[in-house]
Design a protein around this ligand. Structure first.
Ligand code: NAD
Length: 344
């Protein structure tokens, strides 16, 4: 196995720079070779900024022997078609969230990865943070006792200018949804990752403030398989926007996180002595780009580990689709005004 894994970025908009910087943070493990975009000028500018090659087309990048992994950073509704092409070209894949936006797309991604024996990891960078890992472990170790409530609140601000900044933003066909599918998916993933599988959801969805065809505000009641109950709330229409808040409450203890920082750790006789409470350092509550590259770097390292050891990445196809399946169930509930069971 070659020492350094070689990466190529597909789609060079807002999030692509985070991927480039994350790859370049680990020069002993990874090398960023090139970029491609349907708008060649954009790829060329990006390539100059990062000192890498601009591939004229996606096919040219996918046929290059110099690329082991592609990072798919195109608008969400285009992920599936690019994933399938890349899988057929036998490239390993890191795909931005949401992995895809319809059940049919999710199924075809699953099939393409299986048929071509490649590794795919769907971005959920917050899972790699210390706060989330410690919370997950505390729940698994039973330190909170029986989980009673598990809630995620994502009260964000995205301006009308943000939605107007790209023709795909806020559209059903390419964004796949609004406050929940785009911004809220991170929280949905953390909630299901920490509090376990969700049995059913009941939701109310509205477009209250922004001029978009999808929801800017949504609240859902959640029934977990464990018997716990919870709330998922996502909006992009409140001022000024608060950091995402995750609360896990059990009959023996409770933990609260703002973004990925632990802000409350109320457990008697906690066996972790090094818990440091601190407010969220940076938050994308009102600024989409106020995220660090740290989570992406850790997830990329996890993919490199999986490639080298021929094992699964932490967030493989199965894990990546869980949050999308939950969101699609929530949308169905809001549309049909009834409880939707995840397994019907
Ligand atoms: N993980 C995170 O925190 C995070 C944050 C922001 C965005 N994202 C995700 O990243 C993705 C991209 O979002 P963005 O804000 O960077 O979008 P963007 O509109 O800024 O950039 C998308 C780029 O992809 C290009 N493109 C479109 N179709 C293409 C194709 N078929 N092949 C190659 N290039 C193509 C466009 O020309 C554009 O340059 C979305 O899925 C979004 O949900 C994730």
């Amino acid at each position: 196995m070659k020492k350094r894994i070689k990466f190529g970025i597909i789609g060079c908009g807002v999030i692509a720079d985070f991927h480039a910087n994350a790859i370049m943070e680990i020069p002993n493990e990874a090398e960023l070779v090139g970029v491609t975009d349907v708008i060649y000028d954009a790829a060329e500018k990006f390539s100059k900024r990062h000192g890498i090659k601009a591939f004229a087309t996606l096919d040219e990048m996918l046929s290059s022997k110099d690329i082991d992994v592609v990072n798919i950073c195109t608008p969400s509704g285009y992920h599936a078609e690019v994933v399938i092409k890349a899988a057929r070209a036998k490239k390993h894949i890191i795909v931005e969230k949401p992995m895809a936006i319809t059940k049919e797309q999710l199924d075809s991604i699953e099939q393409a990865c299986e048929e071509n024996g490649i590794i795919l990891s769907s971005i959920s960078q917050n899972r790699f943070s210390r706060g989330v890992r410690m919370t997950k472990k505390a729940v698994e170790d039973g330190m909170l006792g029986r989980i009673v409530c598990a809630d995620i609140y994502m009260k964000y601000n995205r301006t009308q200018e943000y939605y107007d900044s790209g023709s795909w933003r806020g559209t059903k066909r390419i964004d796949g949804g609004g406050a929940l599918m785009n911004q809220g998916i991170h929280g949905v993933d953390l909630l299901q990752y920490i509090a376990g599988p969700i049995k059913s959801v009941y939701a109310v969805s509205k477009t209250l403030v922004r001029k978009i065809e999808v929801e800017d505000t949504l609240s859902a009641v959640v029934d977990f398989e464990s018997g716990a109950t919870g709330v998922i709330q996502a909006t992009t229409s409140v001022f000024p926007g608060y950091p995402r808040r995750l609360e896990i409450n059990g009959d023996k203890g409770s933990i609260a996180l703002e973004e990925t920082s632990i802000v409350r750790w109320d457990i008697d006789n906690s066996k972790y002595e090094d818990i440091v409470l601190q407010p969220a350092m940076s938050s994308s509550a009102s600024t989409p780009t106020a995220i660090s590259t740290d989570g992406h770097t850790r997830q990329i390292l996890d993919v490199i580990r999986a490639i080298k050891t021929k094992t699964k990445p932490l967030i493989d196809v199965n894990e990546g689709r869980k949050s999308v399946d939950i969101i699609l169930a929530i949308y169905k509930s809001a549309e049909e005004k009834r409880t939707i069971f995840l397994v019907e």
